[in-house]
Design a protein around this ligand. Structure first.
Ligand SMILES: Nc1ncnc2c1ncn2[C@@H]1O[C@H](COP(=O)(O)OP(=O)(O)O)[C@@H](O)[C@H]1O
Ligand SMILES: [Mg+2]
Length: 372
């Protein structure tokens, strides 16, 4: 596993349950995945000798984060090590511009966009697309990092200056009815399975809540699932992946982004399906049959973020008085503000309604951080 974050950790937990050995490569000691893996290589993602060691010691290699060095993946492939999904998938998905061009070329709807590398590009993009807009760094962003909203050309210029000259993408800001995601898995035999469409709430670019299944019309859900399947097949992904969508207030379904790995909005699959998105990833890369998703309960998942006030999570006993809640904590030492530290899934019988959402929010409010 390249990357030692929580997605790698949950992958490793499922892989260990299935009897596999896991080795992780991450720049930090004591990473969430490193705590679970049989062994860890502590090295930078671009350290080719460390990457080679990972290759030598593995039968198959995957990653849990798309902002890793593509050269490292290409290096492994050149040495005939098996990396899934392959570098061609990373090439598209680690660059927001290439990703949107790929979506457009697949004749799937996305928000109007333009490449911005200069103030001239910016003026042209603003004239063609208009405001409000969102400017994003083409590379390296996640959890809302490297993004600026702009309501005018002056604000867009300011964002351009703040970005420090990195390549940007200018997107029309979509008026959102809601955000959706499809988690799917494809194996090398072109079997493809998809979980029910999930509904996602964000705060300042970070996922806060996932509701599964999404409360949208069946046609919308089917359309999202089909679009995700087209993307998986056209990209040739082998593994679990996520397609994020915007549903606009005008009723349009637009592809937002593609993650070539398990996704935060699929955490709930651990607790309410017999085969989680992580086990599907294990199955796909180990060339095993996939498990057609089956929802045993509906779910509300809420992220637990750090707030910078302390590293000790309090309120766990109060939270767990609710027997419908399953808590996951990632073992990160420092609860830096807005860092993803854990999540919980609330199992819901029957449809997820306003009362269920309020119950999850009240449960979330029981948690806080205090100094150790
Ligand atoms: N063009 C847009 N219109 C409306 N909201 C947006 C737009 N782009 C991003 N957002 C908001 O910011 C969140 C994060 O943006 P996203 O492109 O998914 O980047 P990342 O998740 O990699 O940080 C989205 O889920 C959405 O809430
Ligand atoms: Mg996103």
């Amino acid at each position: 596993m390249i990357g030692g974050g929580q997605l790698g950790r949950m992958f490793a937990l499922d892989a260990k349950r299935m009897g596999y050995d896991v080795i992780t490569l991450d720049p930090h000691e004591h990473s969430p995945c490193g705590q679970i893996a049989d062994d860890q290589i502590v090295a930078a993602y671009e350290d080719l000798s460390a990457i080679e060691e990972l290759g030598r010691r593995s039968d198959v290699i995957t990653y849990e984060f798309e902002n890793i060095a593509i050269e490292s993946v290409r290096h492994l492939e050149a040495l005939s090590y098996r990396v899934l999904p392959g570098s061609s998938v990373l090439h598209v998905t680690q660059n927001r511009l290439r990703e949107k061009e790929f979506v457009r070329d697949a004749a799937l709807a996305t928000t109007p966009f333009a490449a911005v590398q200069s103030l001239d590009d910016l003026a042209r993009a603003a004239a063609r697309i208009g405001f409000p807009a969102v400017l994003k760094t083409v590379r390296g962003g996640y959890d809302g990092k490297g993004q600026w909203e702009a309501a005018s050309i002056d604000q867009a210029r300011e964002a351009f200056a703040q970005s420090g000259g990195s390549e940007l993408i200018f997107e029309a800001k979509v008026s959102l009815a809601c955000e959706l995601s499809v988690i799917a898995t494809r194996n090398a035999r072109d079997e493809l399975v998809a979980y029910p469409v999930a509904e996602n709430r964000h705060d300042r670019g970070i996922l806060t809540m996932t509701i599964a299944p999404a409360r949208v019309r069946t046609e919308t859900a089917n359309q999202a699932t089909e679009m995700a399947a087209v993307i998986g097949r056209r990209l040739g992904i082998v593994g679990t992946y996520c397609v994020e969508f915007f549903l606009s207030t005008a009723g349009e379904l637009l592809v937002n982004e593609i993650a070539p790995r398990p996704h935060n909005s699929g955490h709930y699959t651990i607790d309410v399906t017999p085969c989680s998105q992580y086990e599907q990833q294990v199955r796909a890369i180990c060339d095993l049959p996939l498990s057609p998703p089956r929802l045993l309960a509906n779910a509300v998942m809420m992220n637990v973020l750090g707030d910078g006030t302390g590293d000790r999570l309090t309120g766990i006993a109060e939270l767990l008085r609710d027997p419908s809640i399953v808590l996951h904590v990632y073992g990160k030492r420092h609860a830096v503000a807005r860092r993803k530290m854990g999540h919980f899934t609330m199992l819901v019988d029957g449809p997820v309604d306003a009362a269920a959402i309020a119950r999850a929010e009240a449960a979330h409010a029981l948690l806080s951080w205090s100094p150790c």
